[in-house]
Design a protein around this ligand. Structure first.
Ligand code: NOJ
Length: 531
């Protein structure tokens, strides 16, 4: 089994994690100081958000040099040392690879817009009008009105699927395709274990199409995979394609495209199922999810550094989700909700655990978002998605122990309200309390790793139960787990199948009788005892 199939991933925003030199920004030295914590937690692989030089108009997803490190983060040597330190702890690291666009401050674009005959002109997509590719949707709906932006100097429009400060690269140009391979080589040679590949559906543009998921795009991604397989076996390419299951499936190809893809459609449905006290949305979307190749895996997640996207739900469900989870309009962003897990759950510990239990027991490799393991909150006063990217809360000390800088020098203030602020929610306090959320999540991680059946084995629903129960078997030749989840506000007593013995996988001291009572919003992981 390839390592990523049963790995637990941890998404980490370096700027927010740990500031070692008091400049108000997290850095590599700071991360190295916290690797013991991640190892203690049970993280197998760190996913590092962009760490490249950038004007930060999109928090680093707007890259101005692919071959460097953002100055406040450290030096390339720091990066290399960090990779070594991660490997020394038997963990792995993947980095974000932004393939679709650059910053408008990237030398390629500066050159390209300097004049129409520039040799770099064709690295980007230009047009003398803004009428082409009309069928492509706008993704950053709250900010952009068109996928074309006008360049005064050369009096043409350039194509951008995200912010206008992020011109799209032109993948019809073989030079661009080769440069991206060079970039992959550069970072893989530094020892990393793969990439989370950003915004992959949009590489090519073709008239009369949505300009998403085009065959040309798949062909190029396969080329990337070939290069990686040939030169860096045992690494992983994790694709970010926010698409419906049937459009996602081709990104795995025939084991010749991505090793992993995020399962975007299941994520909002976990929240929907809980809100409605009805398992149906989850059951239906998993029924619609096609089989993937044997050595491939879904990456599942509850929250990440973006808004909780509602792109992959119907209009009606989107409205429901907004009304339920973002009645305050300020929480709405584009087609989503800019909130963290704990506040989405109204800080109800039972519900936070319940969703995590689903994350760890449903098929896929779980990806945790930094800070959610301690139940961090969000900061609505921050613009865009910054409110879910606040400093990691390590302790009750100033700035949550994140930085010794004065508050006004921090890239963003640590959350400091009575409910979610660092004085009440922090790693130090929770590490010292065996009943804390942090310990509960850690136990889930450790247990999950002892139960590889949860990674890929087939799933069988307990269909006869009332709809507020989301219960299923996971079985392979070696292990059988019965995962029980009560999405409703009333307790339920479940009678276990006769003649079979179980033990509580999360709490081996807890006796399991003939029946199991599931209080409101609770869960149990029962492992069948094989004779
Ligand atoms: C997806 C990333 O997750 C998001 O943060 C970013 O803004 C866009 N891609 C554009 O790179």
């Amino acid at each position: 089994m390839s390592w990523y199939i049963n790995a637990v991933f941890y998404e980490l925003y370096l700027r927010a994690f740990n500031d070692s030199d008091g400049d108000g920004h997290g850095d590599f030295t700071g991360l190295r100081q916290k690797l013991d914590y991640l190892q203690w937690l049970g993280v197998d692989c760190i996913w590092l958000l962009p760490i490249y030089p950038s004007p930060l108009r999109d928090d680093g997803y707007d890259i101005s040099s692919f071959f460097g490190i953002y100055p406040t983060f450290g030096f390339l040597e720091d990066f290399r040392m960090t990779v070594q330190e991660i490997h020394r702890r038997d963990m792995r690291i993947i980095a974000d690879l932004v393939v679709n666009h650059t910053s408008d401050q990237h030398p390629w674009f500066i050159e390209a817009r300097s004049n129409k005959n520039s040799p770099m002109r064709d690295f980007y997509v230009w047009s003398d009008n803004n009428e082409r590719y009309k069928d492509a949707r706008i993704i950053f709906l709250d900010t952009e009105v068109s996928n074309w932006a006008y360049d005064d100097r050369t009096e043409e429009f350039y194509w951008h699927r995200f912010y206008s400060s992020q011109p799209d690269l032109n993948y019809d140009n073989p030079g661009v395709r080769q440069e991206m391979i060079n970039i992959i080589k550069f970072w893989m040679d530094m020892g990393i274990d793969g990439f989370r590949v950003d915004a992959v559906p949009y590489l090519f543009e073709r008239e009369g199409t949505s300009c998403e998921n085009l065959p040309e795009t798949h062909n190029y991604l396969k080329e990337m995979r070939r290069f990686v397989d040939l030169n860096y076996p045992n690494s992983v390419l994790l694709g970010e394609a926010n698409q419906w299951p049937s459009d996602l499936r081709p990104y795995f190809g025939d084991s010749d495209e991505f090793h992993m893809c995020f399962h975007f459609p299941v994520m909002p449905r976990l929240y929907m199922a809980l809100a409605k006290g009805d398992r149906t949305p989850v059951v239906d979307i998993l029924a619609e999810t096609p089989e993937i190749p044997d050595n491939a895996q879904w990456a599942t997640f509850l929250r990440n550094h973006d808004e909780l996207t509602l792109e992959m739900v119907t209009e009606e469900d989107r409205q429901f989700m907004w009304d339920y989870y973002a009645s305050d309009q300020r929480y709405r962003l584009n087609l989503g909700i800019r909130r963290r897990l704990a506040p989405l759950m109204g800080n109800d510990r039972r519900k936070i655990e319940l969703l995590n239990s689903l994350l760890f027991t449903l098929p896929g490799a779980p990806v945790l978002y930094y800070g959610d393991e301690i139940g961090m909150g969000d900061d609505i006063t921050q613009p865009d998605r910054n409110g879910v990217r606040t400093p990691m809360q390590w302790s009750g000390e100033a700035n949550g122990g994140f930085s010794s800088a004065p508050v006004d020098r921090l890239y963003a203030p640590a959350i400091n309200d009575p409910e979610y602020g660092y004085r009440s929610v922090n790693v130090a306090a929770q590490q010292g309390d065996p009943d804390s959320l942090l310990h509960t999540i850690r136990n889930m991680i450790q247990t999950r790793k002892r139960l590889p059946v949860l990674a890929r084995a087939r799933l069988q629903w307990l269909e006869d139960l009332p709809t507020n129960l989301l219960c299923f078997w996971r079985r392979d030749d070696d292990q059988t787990v019965l995962a029980l989840h009560n999405l409703g506000g009333e307790a339920f007593t479940y009678t276990l199948p006769e003649g079979e013995r179980f033990r509580d996988a999360l709490d081996p001291d807890e006796a399991v009788g003939k029946t199991v009572t599931l209080p409101a919003y609770s869960y149990r992981w029962l492992q069948q005892v094989m004779d």
